[in-house]
Design a protein around this ligand. Structure first.
Ligand SMILES: Nc1nc2c(c(=O)[nH]1)N[C@H]1C(S)=C(S)[C@@H](COP(=O)(O)OP(=O)(O)OC[C@H]3O[C@@H](n4cnc5c(=O)[nH]c(N)nc54)[C@H](O)[C@@H]3O)O[C@H]1N2
Ligand SMILES: Nc1nc2c(c(=O)[nH]1)N[C@H]1C(S)=C(S)[C@@H](COP(=O)(O)OP(=O)(O)OC[C@H]3O[C@@H](n4cnc5c(=O)[nH]c(N)nc54)[C@H](O)[C@@H]3O)O[C@H]1N2
Ligand code: SF4
Ligand SMILES: [Mo]
Length: 787
């Protein structure tokens, strides 16, 4: 099928095989525009009745686009040439899935409630009253700690903020988190630990200007395809940047790299210590910058002292010469951009490793100017907003739960007693939330826009937890997912294009996504559902007025703007109308300002002052909190903090029984648990079923042929998958985590399991609490069973 047009011209093949589209080479400077369009079969641009302003919600790149509407339905998308993020381009998920998934025939259209063990259709009144009745009785009997909320990185600002106010001021429970814990908790944590607050220092324009680009555990070619197009266009132009990739697999990124460090999974920190040491021992540092703008240099020096390239090479399984070369490129390039993602965030010692990337940049004063930047990347389209709005463990507006002033500030804004807002202990992280449900103390769990029955580690356990009798489970989704099937109440949500709201990509760029069409059946927006719950629960401020009196998204957004005032993520100068006039606006932009801040920290003034910072920090080895007193004694005073931790290595090392290191991740064609991409014909055909990547020498040693079915076992479970022989490092195997069971025959999780998370382990980074999806020990054997 050929429905792709680039710059108006049809290209030969579909964007399934031509993932990044045609090259538009450029030197430093502005990335040329190229407009990608996709329309339903038989529809031409002349047939489109309306183009509705939006941005793609299938990854954190946040590409600006317009939705094509005809006869009240979405019939395609077109990239926006005036958007600085994508300059008109879209990748396969944006082109094919964004709109087709919403038009799927099996969308949820009515609430479901469980009666006599079966989910049956119900009215909104019945469903909401069932929720409210349970909520009220549990609050009376047990109190707020009976309630938990597990949300997403895929809702809008307005929705997170509503949920944050409900959970933190209405109910007052600390048990709130999102799948953002699995996704970008480490990005946030590394930024907080080093600089004092969350907030991406760099921007995508740094790709246009850099001399060297380091991708730390980031398969950008598959996971931010449009950003990778930008990189490919730089590589195709005059004076291309040098490229360094750290990834155990030979990814498309690694194939283009000048240096590819194929480290053993779980060993990132050893490599980072060696790179930092190289900069230190060779004097490749900016002494003036370090003295004026950082603290902690002596400790960092001590930490890395013993990590010669040879020692790290042995631990990581790479060449010492390659480590030296990578360090030399970092040290001798004038403008270095780093991007960090799941190969670091979901691997061992995640926060300590991600902070070492920050440290490399600080050692050279390498941030806050064109081409010199850090992108502690996000993954999900709106992960940033959950962190900002506080529907997870954070307090809204990057406030510090250990700072009583910040809590009082919120209490004033919400009109409630500061004691209602949970801040007496560290917030509950996702894995702990499920543990409380398992133990029976958490009795009410409301899951919105995430599918934990496929995306959390150790699935057999998670399925049991979700099905526990003592737990009242509410699931709010577009489809009847694996998780929804276990719910007591299922609420049908309106999704992208069916509701209005705002969201912010990985580089602080805010887009407005306008409602283009009506949702199917009686589905309602997540915002409407949360507001309805708040109304029925009769949450009030201390003065007796309703806690949430917003009529719709713009009201909610204005309330959020107020909450962000004076904080690092200040939105007060970005209105809906501004977002209608400009395609993508960076925060911070304060009331009255017309220009945004493109790069943070241009003056090297960091948000680390004790009264302003988002955290007083942690010990990066154990996760113990530093506390206000000790933090204040450091006298950070606007300086960045150089910190990391001693190397300890992966938790579960291979042994005789489980000799392989398993790592997991993504295919370019699927988004997570495939609820959208699995309902998109082109994408589902491109990657219909699970596989296991194995190195040739391992396959030969085990007598396994390419395509042969194998059984992969860990201490937690098993999957069965055909082998693909690839350029992965020997001793390591890789499985995509996309393949759950919503479209599999009943009982598949027992007989023919395919979800990579059957194998993964219940462990997390001590600081960010992000689960370790990237390291586990497994065995691989030819599978005897029938296919
Ligand atoms: N097509 C597609 N795009 C997506 C998504 C999707 O599901 N599909 N999801 C979005 C989201 S939410 C996210 S979070 C991002 C994730 O984007 P990425 O982080 O780029 O994706 P992953 O495949 O999870 O992991 C990246 C790489 O880490 C490598 N890796 C594994 N273990 C280690 C290790 O110990 N050290 C190092 N250095 N590398 C290791 C893997 O081989 C893999 O290539 O993608 C976003 N974009
Ligand atoms: N083994 C392994 N596991 C992983 C990872 C890995 O690399 N390896 N990566 C982790 C990461 S980074 C992530 S982000 C998670 C993702 O894990 P999940 O969040 O579980 O994945 P999704 O499939 O994106 O689930 C989102 C759900 O929200 C629904 N949805 C979409 N839009 C809306 C909306 O507007 N409203 C409502 N109510 N629902 C909506 C979708 O239908 C879908 O069911 O997986 C994590 N799990
Ligand atoms: S790069 Fe991400 S945001 Fe852009 S079109 Fe692809 S999936 Fe959508
Ligand atoms: Mo993610």
């Amino acid at each position: 099928m050929d429905r792709t047009r680039i710059d108006g011209a049809r290209i030969g093949d579909s964007r399934i095989t031509d993932v990044w589209g045609a090259r538009t080479p450029y030197a430093n400077g502005e990335w040329p525009a190229r407009v990608d369009t996709m329309l339903a079969d038989g529809v031409t641009e002349a047939d489109v009745e309306r183009w509705v302003r939006s941005a793609c919600v299938l990854c954190s790149n946040g590409c600006g686009l317009d939705i094509a509407v005809k006869d009240g339905r979405m019939v395609g998308v077109r990239g926006r040439a005036d958007d600085a993020i994508n300059r008109g381009r879209l990748g396969p998920k944006g082109l094919y899935a964004s709109w087709q998934a919403m038009e799927a025939r099996d969308r949820l259209t009515t609430p479901l409630v469980r009666r006599d063990g079966e989910l049956v259709e119900a009215s909104w009144d019945e469903a909401m009253e069932a929720i409210v009745a349970r909520s009220r009785s549990l609050l009376e009997e047990i109190g707020p700690l009976s309630h938990g909320f597990y949300t997403s990185g895929q809702l809008f600002i307005e929705e997170y903020y509503a949920l944050a106010v409900i959970g933190k001021a209405g109910i007052g429970t600390p048990h709130m988190d999102g799948n953002t814990r699995l996704c970008t908790a480490t990005a946030a944590q590394a930024l907080k630990e080093t600089f004092g607050a969350d907030g991406q220092p760099g921007c995508y324009e740094d790709v246009d200007e850099c001399d060297a680009l380091f991708l730390w555990g980031h398969n950008m070619a598959a996971t931010q395809t449009v950003l990778w197009s930008r990189v490919l266009d730089r590589l195709a132009g005059p004076n291309p940047p040098r490229l360094v990739a750290v990834d155990p697999r030979r990814t498309p990124v690694a194939e283009r790299a000048d240096v590819h460090l194929a480290v053993r999974p779980g060993t990132n920190l050893a490599l980072m210590h060696a790179l930092v040491r190289e900069l230190l021992v060779n004097g490749w540092t900016d002494e003036e910058f370090l003295l004026a703008h950082t603290i902690g240099l002596d400790d960092l020096r001590g930490l890395c002292e013993e990590w010669t390239p040879e020692r790290a090479a042995e631990v990581c399984g790479v060449d010492a010469a390659d480590i030296r070369e990578a360090a030399r490129i970092f040290a001798t390039s004038e403008r270095v951009l780093s991007t960090v993602l799941q190969g670091f965030y979901q691997s061992s010692q995640a926060t300590a490793s991600a902070c070492q990337v920050n440290n490399l940049h600080l050692l050279r004063g390498m941030l806050g100017r064109p081409g010199a930047g850090i992108l502690q990347m996000n993954g999900q389209p709106t992960a940033q907003n959950n962190r900002e709005c506080g529907a997870d463990g954070d307090l809204p507006g990057f406030r510090n739960w250990e700072n009583p002033e910040h809590v009082t500030d919120l209490a004033r804004l919400w009109g409630v007693d500061p004691l209602v807002i949970p801040h007496w202990a560290a917030p509950t992280h996702a894995m702990q939330l499920f543990r409380y449900a398992e133990q029976g103390s958490l009795r009410f769990l409301w899951v919105s826009a995430t599918n934990p029955a496929v995306s959390l580690p150790q699935l057999a356990r998670i399925r049991d937890v979700l099905a526990t009798d003592s737990l009242f489970l509410v699931v709010q989704d577009l489809y009847l997912t694996e998780t929804a099937r276990l719910a007591d109440v299922v609420l049908p949500a309106a999704g992208w294009g069916e509701k209005t709201g705002t969201f912010t990509n990985a580089t602080r760029t805010v887009h407005l996504s306008e409602k283009a069409v009506e949702p199917p059946g009686s589905a309602r927006s997540d915002l409407d559902i949360f507001l309805d719950y708040a109304r029925r629960m009769d949450f009030r401020r201390d003065d007796g007025t309703p806690l949430l009196d917003w009529a719709g998204p713009e009201d909610a957004y204005r309330a959020w703007q107020e909450c962000s005032r004076g904080r690092p993520c200040d939105y007060t100068g970005i209105s809906y109308d501004d977002l209608r006039a400009e395609s993508g606006i960076h925060w911070p932009r304060r009331a009255g300002e017309r220009e945004s801040v493109t790069r943070l920290y241009t003056d090297a003034d960091f948000p680390s002052r004790p009264d302003y910072c988002e955290t007083f920090g942690h010990d990066l080895l154990t996760g113990a909190t530093v506390g206000e007193e000790a933090y204040t004694a450091l006298r950070p005073g606007g300086r960045a903090i150089l910190k990391s931790a001693p190397y300890t290595g992966p938790h579960e090392a291979p042994d005789d029984e489980y000799p392989f290191r398993l790592t997991t991740g993504r295919s370019v064609y699927h988004f997570h648990t495939r609820t959208k991409t699995g309902r998109t014909p082109e994408l589902s055909e491109a990657a219909p079923s699970v596989w296991l990547e194995l190195a040739r020498e391992d396959a030969e040693r085990q007598g396994i042929a390419d395509g042969e079915l194998v059984e992969v076992r860990s201490r937690r479970g098993r999957i069965v998958a055909p082998v693909r022989i690839t350029g992965i490092r020997a001793g390591t195997v890789f499985a995509p985590f996309h393949y759950g069971y919503w479209d599999a025959p009943p009982g598949a999780e027992e007989r023919h399991p395919t979800a990579a998370n059957e194998l993964t382990l219940t462990e997390w980074d001590p600081v960010s609490k992000q689960p370790l999806f990237k390291t586990a020990a497994v065995s691989v054997r030819p599978w005897g069973g029938a296919s």
